[in-house]
Design a protein around this ligand. Structure first.
Ligand code: NAD
Length: 326
């Protein structure tokens, strides 16, 4: 990689040079050979637009016609199926809700593996079971393609502002190429190890986040009932040993902080249903590996109960309100 990433990026030739040196058949990422993007939802739509902003042409696909139309307005062209995307590109990013969607997009009738070209770079940024990522990587290998799991941390705002953190699992040899590409959509790209380890890092982080959010909500709720002013309690916790991200950056008690979902009727942010999903992935992995995660288990039960109400649509810090109302 003789030329710097910044220079290549400015010249609009990132990837065509780098990828040629790494992938036998790939001249992806030049304007002539677009990047494929499947899954243009809350996250993927912004990520795809950031690639367009960086000067790359995109071929997109989604089941939702409105999302495709939105990307077409931003300059993308569309494909009729994931297989159609794979036919036209040698670099594809997917951003889908769950494991089953990823399996459908890669292995389904009109799936990527139906027409993927030898040497294609496949990056899946969905949060899914590590085992499914490993399966997709194996199937990709059989087709001569390279698969990476690259789930993200950071919500819709970080996707919009290209400030995501990517946790990447896959072959070390090709990681520099993947890193340069993902850096167009994020602020940090970390190689975690072989396929599946990106997902492992993501679900461990989010299990801890769910637990710490419940803990912060419990402590704030008890403190308020004991007669403490919530702002005062938060300021004490945040300069004491109870401090954590949920208490000092994303406090779940309304009115303690400005600009967080708890002070906006728990709207925006990271949905409780998504937290429930990630806690479920962590429990499924823990049970497969006979690993004791008692607080993760309780966190999943609590979020599952909470998500059976309208609160599922609110930010995950709404657990404060849920506990308050119990
Ligand atoms: P979303 O539901 O908004 O978007 C998913 C998109 O995939 C939709 O547009 C849907 O139509 C499309 N899709 C589903 N099945 C498809 C198929 N077979 N073919 C083509 N398109 C299909 O989801 P999101 O919020 O963008 O999240 C995507 C992933 O990112 C999830 O795995 C989620 O856990 C993870 N994530 C989300 C956030 C967040 O704050 N939203 C944060 C971090 C990670």
């Amino acid at each position: 990689m003789a030329l710097s990433f910044g220079l290549l990026r400015r010249s609009g030739r990132i990837g065509s040079l780098i990828l040629r040196s790494r992938f036998h058949h790939s001249d992806a990422l030049s304007k002539e050979t677009p990047i494929g993007f499947v899954g243009l939802g809350n996250m993927g739509g912004h990520m795809a637009k950031n690639l367009i902003r960086s000067g790359y042409s995109l071929i997109v696909h989604d089941l939702n016609a409105d999302s495709v139309a939105d990307l077409k307005n931003s300059g993308a062209s569309s494909a009729s199926s994931p297989a159609d995307v794979a036919q036209q590109t040698s670099c594809i990013i997917t951003m889908l809700p769950q494991s089953d969607h990823v399996k459908a997009v890669y292995t389904g009738d009109g799936g990527i593996f139906k027409s993927v070209k030898d040497g294609t770079l496949l990056i899946d940024s969905s949060t899914i079971e590590p085992g499914v990522s490993k399966q997709m990587a194996q199937l990709a290998k059989e087709k001569g393609a390279d698969f990476f799991d690259a789930p993200v941390s950071g919500g819709v705002g970080a996707a919009r502002d290209a400030k995501l953190t990517f946790m990447v699992g896959g072959g070390e040899d090709h990681f520099p190429v993947v890193k340069d590409l993902l850096a167009l959509m994020g602020k940090s790209v970390v190689h975690c190890g072989p396929n599946g380890t990106g997902q492992a890092a993501k679900i461990c982080n989010n299990m801890l986040l769910g637990i710490s959010m419940i803990g912060t909500a419990e402590a704030m709720n008890l403190g308020v009932r004991l007669g403490l002013d919530p702002k005062l309690l938060a300021s004490i916790v945040n300069t004491s040993s109870g401090r954590c991200w949920s208490s000092d950056t994303y406090n779940p008690c309304p009115g303690v902080m400005e600009g967080v979902p708890s002070s906006n009727n728990y709207d925006g942010g990271f949905g409780a249903a998504l937290m429930r999903k990630d806690l479920g992935l962590a429990q499924s992995a823990a049970s497969d590996l006979n690993t004791t995660t008692p607080l993760g288990k309780h966190a999943l039960e609590l979020y599952t109960n909470m998500c059976s109400s309208d609160l599922a649509k609110k930010d995950f810090s709404v657990v404060y309100k849920y506990l308050q109302e119990q």
